[in-house]
Design a protein around this ligand. Structure first.
Ligand code: GAR
Length: 188
């Protein structure tokens, strides 16, 4: 049995998709969902999916005790699915090559501090990029710069808006993220 912990901050469409994808897989279990945002719709989703939910404040998240709690939980993989807090070094060091993130652009472009969610799509559209996409990567100490596991692209239309691009990106995420998580897990 492989166990994953999913960290979220927002709507949770990726959380929902990942949970549904693995719902009938006897080899994969979602050990818990960690959420830092008390207003996140992810909370309701976790509840409806029957998943254990651990709410954290930013302060608590950065303390060694939280990392110790994660070490005790011992998931095979931590999945950042729209998680917007920077990870403390102690957590990253405790889970080498065991934390992956999804980013809504083709890293190394449009990554780093401030580039999350709709801000990424606004910047990509403003720059009139011909393509964008998703990047799934391991997490290291430097924001959005860990080893890339997978990328998928989509074209931008002439009249593309941040909203229409967001829809294309979400579609790519829904298609690929669970499959890549499964591959990473089964290679462990
Ligand atoms: C996703 O598009 C994900 O790629 C992005 O946040 C969104 C979360 O959506 N992540 C980042 O921007 C990380 N820098 P969701 O809450 O509906 O899964």
């Amino acid at each position: 049995m492989k166990r994953i912990s999913i960290f979220v901050s927002g709507n949770g469409t990726n959380l929902q998709r990942i949970a549904e994808y693995f719902a009938n897989d006897p080899e994969v279990e979602i050990a818990n969902v960690v959420c830092n945002n008390p207003k996140a719709y992810s909370i309701e989703r976790a509840h409806n999916l029957g998943l254990p939910l651990r709410m954290v404040t930013k302060k608590e998240f950065n303390e060694e005790a939280f990392t110790q709690e994660m070490i005790a939980l011992n998931p095979d993989l931590i999945v950042l699915a729209g998680f917007l807090l920077h990870l403390p070094d102690c957590l990253i060091k405790a889970f080498p090559k065991r934390i992956i993130n999804i980013h809504p652009a083709l890293l190394p472009k449009y990554g780093g501090k401030g580039f999350y969610g709709e801000h990424v799509h606004q910047a990509v559209v403003a720059a009139k990029e011909p393509v964008s996409g998703i990047t799934i990567h391991y997490v290291n100490e430097i924001y959005d710069s860990g080893e890339i596991i997978f990328q998928a692209q989509c074209r931008l239309d002439k009249d593309e808006t941040p909203d229409t691009l967001a829809a294309k990106i979400h579609q790519l995420e829904q298609t690929h993220f669970p499959v890549i998580i499964e591959k990473v897990l089964k290679a462990k």
